[in-house]
Design a protein around this ligand. Structure first.
Ligand code: NI
Length: 173
């Protein structure tokens, strides 16, 4: 398996809107395995294809401490959102920066799994936050977009100064 290079803010490639996956073939399976490997190694709990410069709609996630419950969501769509919750988020593409973001606290997502089976699943808690964050990546959106321009400027400067300051890997999405 291969560890892939993760694009970092403000790379303009992070702004490309991903297109739907049309075929789930062996090449895609290899990319998925590499993305899981890359996410676990980072370490993080979610990774969208956009972050590794692949502009197709799929993502991987695993919120377990044991790293033994990988999710693969292909062409994910949020079909229902409920409630609001504020979570401290980080992002593998914005290393060393964490801030509060408000999102739905539970969602219903339809997607294809890596075998191509249609799934529909209710998600809550950290998994719901993670999946919303990763789907944003597929739409070219970053969690810092929810912050004020002044704060985003600060993030740019901070990233410039210290690329490796990381605190809590459990919220690196
Ligand atoms: Ni992220």
């Amino acid at each position: 398996m291969t560890i892939l290079k993760i694009l970092e803010f403000p790379d303009p490639k992070l702004r490309i809107k991903a297109v739907p996956v049309e075929t789930i073939d062996d090449a895609l399976q290899v990319i998925i395995d590499n993305m899981l490997e890359t996410m676990y190694a980072a370490p993080g709990i979610g990774l969208a294809a956009t972050q590794v410069d692949i502009h197709r709609r799929f993502l991987v996630a695993d919120i377990t401490a044991e790293k033994n419950k990988p999710y693969v969501l292909i062409n994910p769509k949020i079909i229902k959102k409920n409630g609001l919750e504020v979570t401290e988020e980080g992002c593998l593409s914005v290393p060393g920066y964490f801030d509060s973001v408000e999102r739905a606290d539970s969602i219903c997502v339809s997607y294809l799994d890596r075998q191509g089976n249609q799934q529909e699943e209710e998600m809550g808690g950290l998994l719901a936050v993670c999946v919303q964050h990763e789907i944003d990546h597929l739409d070219g959106k970053l969690f810092v977009d929810y912050l004020s321009e002044a704060k985003r400027q600060k993030v740019r400067k901070k990233l410039h100064k210290s690329r490796k300051l990381q605190s809590d890997s459990s919220i690196m999405l």
